[in-house]
Design a protein. Sequence first.
Length: 365
Amino acid sequence: MFTTRDKRLFALTAFLTVAAGALYLVEANAILRFVVAGAALAVMASLVGRSVEALGDRLGPAATGILQSALGNLPELFVIIFSLKAGLDDVVRSTIVGSILANVLLILGLAFLAGGLKHGKQRFSGEQSRSLGLMLVLAVFILAIPALTAALHTPAEGHERELSVLVSLAMLALFALSLPATLRAGRESEHGSPIAADTGAGETVKAAEHLGEWPLGVAIGMLAVAGLGAAFVSEWFVDALTPAIDSLGISQTFAGLVIVAIAGNAVENVVGIQLMRKNQPDYAVQVVLQSPVQVALTIAPLVVLVAPLVGAAGFTLVLPPMLIAALVMSAIVAVLVVMDGESTWFEGAVLVGLYCSIAAAFWWG
């Protein structure tokens, strides 16, 4: 039932979770707690992904698409909610933006770089990639509306909270409208789908055949345990966040944009790069681009809607101008890069360079 890889994942998850909990209870050094909790969060995300994949194995690839869309970013959502509860609004906003930037610039760039250096020019489905890229651009433009309203002093200024709620509902509706295409993509693949690869399993569709199938009850139970564990680890991670960044002398914006965003997507990031190195660019590009689309269309709206429940009723999607510029820039660049259906190592290097330049601009806040 469980493969050797599964057992190793269970052991590593248990060890890091216990270690993070122990350090939290004894109030150990903030930086140490932050690092260990971040590592525990990454492996917990992997366990969530493996559980979602196991459910997909039992229920079919179409179900995998729905489950991944709903649960794939669960650990990251917990981190954002606990940050919101702690009053770290800057961390929340920058983490949402950082998750998008990390995928479309850093991870896509590293994937192109790794694949290009090993295989030369690689080709992938331009049509599917363009669809994802255009959806990302649309989501980013919608996400920017509350900030533009405040910056341009329109008549809607002063109603940013109400506007943020309306924008969130619009993005969730757009996500719902995209589900039929997700289901079709799942049914088109006999052994799995690119969406299934995005669950963090870290293997290609062919490799999925060698993974042990879990009984349905075990898969559901493991997903519940992983979700509960992710909630606890996220709280420990956020608890150490403020003292850790104070000790390191970095800003909340940089911490959310770079550190928290990368930690919350660590497993998905590795998957995209691995797929490109295995010369499966179709899957790799879709894995990388689906994640920021899901963040923009589901995570950001959900945060706005649940904010009053965690004592943050005034939270809005009004982002600083530099974050808006970085978002729009990254979305447009992503479309330009994938629209021809080809990738090279040089394109990857350019994307990584752009990400590093943007990240450096936020080092001081």
